[in-house]
Design a protein around this ligand. Structure first.
Ligand code: ADP
Ligand code: MG
Length: 623
């Protein structure tokens, strides 16, 4: 055995996390205990899982538990487990570097502003490094289950950029984390304080957390279990308080804020399972990037044995903000991820999870408006993806969506499709919407003018996914969705007649504009959409919205060029000026301005901004 002590630097990211954690967690410093206990519990879970195939790993030490001890004289608090333990390589990988690419991207997202970052750290789960909030030196002694000959490793650090590693003989399997408390953190060297913290934060860790019995202020040799040590989700609901549910949520280790709501259910019958699912009160840090990789947050247990994080198998993408636990009675313990992905029982459990989550959100929508608003604000756009991803629940999801509308000012998203449908005008057949890249751009779309004049409400959409989702929505309660900027407007007989007359009269003007604009447009038409503005763009049913085409191009994607149809309002003075302008050059400037302002309000990129400015200046200067 190599007995030399070796010193190594932390990875730069670790130093960054350490600094952040110690700075931002000061007011929550007691959570170090929860984090260390949670790691000890994970280590016991992992061993129990590995031992399914290799029972010899448990040896004669099969009762998994977590011990918490303190030593007043030495000034130390120790958290010890007889779980899986770590080899030298694992210690280096787990405690000296940041392995998860999710965490790396989280770090990249930090602003450097302490307050903002402190809020973020709570969303990310602080883990092992929280030990350094209260300790100026941390010693970890660990021996991997199945390691030979008492082979263990000692890891030690003051959290200042380096750690040391040495081989050490360790008699028992598992990990001890020894905190050498800072001078002003000695309050944790207290029997009652530690017991309180364990009960407060870790009561429902499913393994016994033990402390030594005390007599006359001194520890005896006898251990006693301090926590409840039973799986919370396995208890009857009537025995679980709201505080229990909240504490358990935090012990899952993704968030140290209270959850927004939860749903706890036991399913009996041909297939038996329990689900305990939570909605967070703020977005977990991986919400945005987690769509495609490393989705986490729903733990799968089989008969109380932790199997793996199976968020991807148990919940669809559009519910990726949900956290919790699923415990199935009827799956084999040796199930693998590959098996999970094609398992009928898992399919059924997944469908049940989706149903429970939608039930829960519906309940908030019906009776807890403030919580529902919080939910909508953070997760509404994610939920919306379900319209496309989960057609079987489309109606239910659709009912939960909220939009801004031309009926209200200010862009608050609070109109449901049911509200909209109930207010539809007699004879109105479609649900009208407009998409843009901001509320202002949507609300200011010239295409809305005719709708406003007729008192027809239009939903204003300004999220990137809207265009894609609305394109696939199809119908809601028999009403089709229609984009106000696309296709022909349905006109009643009187309007149609008037429209035809105006168009007839404007034929020479339209011909003139077509000639002036040449191949910049595919067509010029008299608009039925405009009352106040001189011009707007109209799109074919399958055309990409101009603002979206611009965003995609800016993101480096190939977008096929498509020429828009320019619609004009012949009654507008600017349009009349084109008609009466005898000077060809000036007429062309005016015509191009009509097109360019339509492009700007549609959020398109101007092909040549400098030429636009020169043109405008020429016209304003009257030259
Ligand atoms: P997380 O628990 O979210 O993975 P932590 O910072 O809490 O992050 O822990 C980092 C890693 O260190 C864990 O994933 C685990 O691999 C390892 N680890 C920490 N504590 C223990 C322990 N008591 N036993 C075994 N491994 C541990
Ligand atoms: Mg942890």
């Amino acid at each position: 055995m190599n007995t030399a002590t070796e010193t190594r630097p932390f990875e730069a990211e670790v130093t960054q996390v350490l600094r952040l954690v110690t700075h931002s967690l000061y007011s929550h410093k007691e959570i170090f205990l929860r984090e260390l206990v949670s790691n000890a519990s994970d280590a016991c879970d992992k061993l129990r899982f590995e031992a399914i195939g290799k029972p010899e790993l448990l040896g004669d030490d099969a009762e998994l538990h977590i011990d918490v001890e303190f030593d007043k004289e030495a000034g130390t608090v120790t958290v010890r487990d007889n779980g899986i333990g770590m080899s030298r390589e694992e210690i280096v990988a787990n405690l000296g570097s940041i392995a998860s690419s999710g965490t790396r991207r989280f770090l990249e997202s930090l602003s450097g502003e302490q307050q903002a970052d402190a809020r973020l750290i709570g969303q990310f789960g602080v883990g092992f490094y929280s030990a350094f909030v209260v300790a100026d030196k941390v010693t970890v002694l660990s021996r991997r289950a199945g390691a030979v000959d008492n082979e263990g490793v000692r890891w030690e650090s003051d959290g200042q950029g380096e750690y040391s590693l040495a081989a050490e003989e360790i008699a028992a399997r598992g990990t001890s984390v020894i905190l050498h408390l800072k001078e002003d953190e000695k309050e944790f060297l207290d029997n009652w304080k530690l017991r309180d913290l364990i009960r407060k934060y870790s009561d429902h860790v499913a393994f016994p957390i033990r402390m030594k019995k005390q007599q006359d202020g001194k520890p005896t040799g006898e251990w006693e279990t301090v926590n409840d040590a039973s799986a919370l989700w396995a208890k009857p609901k009537s025995e679980i308080s709201d505080d229990d549910y909240k504490a358990f949520y935090k012990s899952l280790g993704h968030d140290f804020n209270d959850p927004l709501a939860w749903s706890h259910n036991r399913v009996e019958g041909s297939q038996r399972f329990t689900t305990l699912l939570y909605l967070p009160a703020q977005p977990p840090f991986d919400l945005l990037m987690g769509a495609r990789d490393e989705r986490k947050g729903v733990k799968l247990y089989i008969k109380r044995v932790f199997i793996m994080d199976a968020a991807e198998e148990l919940l669809p993408n559009y519910l990726r903000f949900v956290r919790g636990v699923v415990d199935a009675d009827d799956l084999p313990l040796n199930v693998s991820r590959e098996i999970l992905q094609h398992n009928r029982q898992i399919e059924r459990i997944k469908a049940s999870c989706v149903k429970r989550v939608l039930d829960l959100i519906e309940k908030l929508a019906a009776s807890e408006p403030e919580k529902f608003e919080t939910f909508r604000k953070f997760f509404g756009n994610t939920l919306k993806e379900g319209i496309v991803e989960d057609p079987s629940n489309r109606e239910r999801i659709a009912k939960l969506l909220r939009f801004a509308s031309t009926r209200d000012e200010g862009g608050e998203q609070k109109v449901s499709l049911d509200d909209y449908v109930a207010r539809m005008q007699p004879g109105q057949e479609a649900i009208w919407y407009v998409t843009a890249d901001s509320y202002k751009a949507a609300a200011g779309s010239p295409q809305l003018e005719a709708f406003k004049a007729k008192g027809i409400e239009v939903l204003l959409m300004f999220d990137r996914v809207d265009e894609w989702i609305m394109g696939q929505f199809g119908e809601y309660e028999g009403k089709t969705f229609r984009n106000v900027a696309k296709g022909e407007l349905p006109l009643d007989e009187a309007d149609k007649k008037k429209q035809e007359e105006v168009a007839k009269e404007a034929e020479p003007l339209v011909a003139k504009l077509k000639e002036l604009l040449g191949d910049r447009v595919s067509e010029v038409k008299v608009s039925a959409r405009l009352t106040d503005s001189p011009s707007c763009l109209a799109l074919g049913d399958y055309d990409l919205a101009p603002h979206l085409a611009r965003l995609l191009r800016e993101a480096g994607q190939e977008v096929p060029e498509s020429k828009a149809t320019l619609e004009i309002n012949p009654a507008h003075p600017l349009v009349k000026r084109v008609e009466s302008e005898a000077d060809d050059a000036r007429a062309k400037d005016l015509a191009l301005l009509l097109l360019e302002q339509a492009e700007i309000t549609a959020g398109a990129a101007l092909p040549d901004p400098a030429a636009f400015v020169q043109r405008m200046n020429r016209l304003l200067g009257g030259s």
